[in-house]
Design a protein around this ligand. Structure first.
Ligand SMILES: Cc1cc2nc3c(=O)[nH]c(=O)nc-3n(C[C@H](O)[C@H](O)[C@H](O)COP(=O)(O)OP(=O)(O)OC[C@H]3O[C@@H](n4cnc5c(N)ncnc54)[C@H](O)[C@@H]3O)c2cc1C
Length: 421
């Protein structure tokens, strides 16, 4: 039987197009209350900051939110780690770390997401030298089906199966992240670059600065957003590709207010205020939208983007903007960058679920020769995922051993075969 703990109304996903399937949203005020929910016999899934687009979080039982646990970040300056509550957002963590002289190596496009929700889906920013956000994880505290909290750390046999785990191993109470001395970044935007020239030189474009995003609506031109660390060697010159420096602030989506974006124009500022595209105090992106992203090996990225362009160019009426980012390989079994340097082909879509799902299926067919991996938190058409991850069987075995009855399973994890049918 479920214990008597605080509840909130079951919300919609951040983008607003669907309400989570769940009997209730429980908000435990202590680890003991959370343990009594987890051991109640009711299926439980953990809600982060709601930024995934699909039924990934849905539960046939209840959802839990962990932001009522009242735990605080703990910095270990000597070990160069910070241990944070899983529900903490990067937007809160960034300035907190900076004030104490430390930084993360990477951030996603938005700081509004929770640390546990982001690493559970291999959320990433951009940068040839940066892994997904999961790559910064040093250890996790996870509550298992018996209500006991276990620490899994780098070097443990289960570590690389536990970080990107879609909530299927249980609620992640804390995440310990590697930190480094704080640093500054300057962001510049180049407009009106020839898209074909970028695609032909994609590796050089992504290698040209610490963090590079290419935005396009597949109309022949693109903008290049570069975020460069001031402690790195100067950015590489891209003037051979044409284009010109933006003459004012830009938003990735035409017509949206650029004041919601982080400072551009080459003005130096702390890492947490430049690496994301969007400011924590503003709504990121468009709001009523959908997103998809397919991750392909960097070695074939130019060809993959050219194949994707054929499909996306035919459906420009649905495309708000597409973005091409890069990331370094990591070892996490279900990471979209598992053992391969990767380029993400992302699209922000108008919010038409049926039409977008159809086009995403078409896009996936075009990307099939390039062994794409769909982003865990975004719209995907395929359920044929196992063969895309060399360590899939190990991930399934870990989940089954940890949770044989499927207490932490949901419709998404069952559909893709990570948890039992
Ligand atoms: C506007 C916008 C911009 C985005 N930009 C990027 C981007 O730049 N790069 C990128 O890669 N993705 C991006 N995304 C996708 C987003 O980062 C992922 O969907 C991410 O998982 C969202 O984190 P969340 O905290 O909202 O998690 P949720 O969507 O709430 O949950 C995601 C998964 O994490 C699990 N989970 C959450 N918290 C816990 C916990 N404490 N313990 C165990 N499991 C947990 C959930 O069960 C679920 O399986 C963007 C999404 C939006 C809406």
């Amino acid at each position: 039987m479920l214990p008597d703990v605080a509840t909130r109304p079951v919300p919609t996903v951040w983008a607003g197009h669907r309400t989570y399937a769940s009997g209730a949203l429980l908000v435990p005020a202590s680890r003991e209350q959370l343990a009594s929910i987890v051991t109640s016999g009711t299926p439980v899934r953990t809600l982060g900051s709601r930024h995934s687009f699909t039924d990934l979080v849905d539960s046939p039982g209840v959802l839990v939110a962990l932001d009522g646990l009242g735990e605080e970040p703990v910095l270990d300056a000597d070990a160069r780690t910070v241990t944070v509550p899983g529900s903490l957002t990067y937007g809160t963590l960034g300035p907190w770390l900076h004030e104490r002289g430390f930084a993360l190596a990477a951030m996603a496009s938005l700081p509004h997401i929770s640390v546990a929700g982001a690493v559970s889906t291999a959320t990433h920013g951009s940068g040839d030298g940066a892994t997904t956000l999961a790559g910064a994880v040093v250890a996790l505290e996870i509550m298992g089906v018996d209500g006991e909290v276990r620490r899994v750390a780098r070097g443990d046999a289960a570590f690389h199966g536990s970080v990107v785990a879609l909530g299927a191993l249980g609620p992640v109470l804390t995440v310990t992240l590697a930190v480094e001395p704080t640093y500054d970044v300057a962001q510049t935007v180049i407009d009106d670059v020839d898209l074909a020239a970028i695609v032909a030189n994609l590796g050089a474009v992504h290698a040209s600065a610490s963090s590079v995003s290419v935005f396009t609506r597949w109309d022949g031109s693109a903008s290049i957003w570069r975020k460069h660390r001031t402690d790195a060697a100067p950015m590489a010159d891209l003037s051979g590709l044409g284009g010109r420096l933006a003459d004012g602030p830009r938003h990735p989506i035409a017509g949206e207010d650029a004041s919601s974006c982080t400072v551009q124009g080459g003005e130096t500022g702390p890492w947490w205020a430049r690496l994301p595209h969007f400011r924590i105090e503003n709504r990121p992106s468009a709001g009523a939208e959908l997103q998809s992203e397919h991750l392909v090996p960097q070695a074939v990225a130019g060809e993959a983007v050219a194949a994707a362009a054929q499909v996306l160019g035919r459906h420009r009426d649905l495309v708000l903007v597409s973005e091409l980012r890069s990331m370094a390989a990591d070892e996490h079994w279900l990471s979209s960058a598992h053992r391969r340097a990767t380029v993400g082909i992302h699209t922000t879509w108008r919010q038409d679920v049926t039409a977008v799902t159809d086009v995403v299926a078409e896009l996936e067919a075009a990307l099939e020769p390039f062994e794409h991996r769909p982003h865990w938190g975004k719209v995907m058409a395929t359920t044929d995922l196992a063969r895309r991850y060399p360590r899939w069987d190990d991930a399934v075995a870990l989940v089954h051993a940890s949770d044989p009855a499927g207490v932490f399973a949901g419709p998404f994890t069952r559909r893709v075969g990570l948890t039992g049918a």
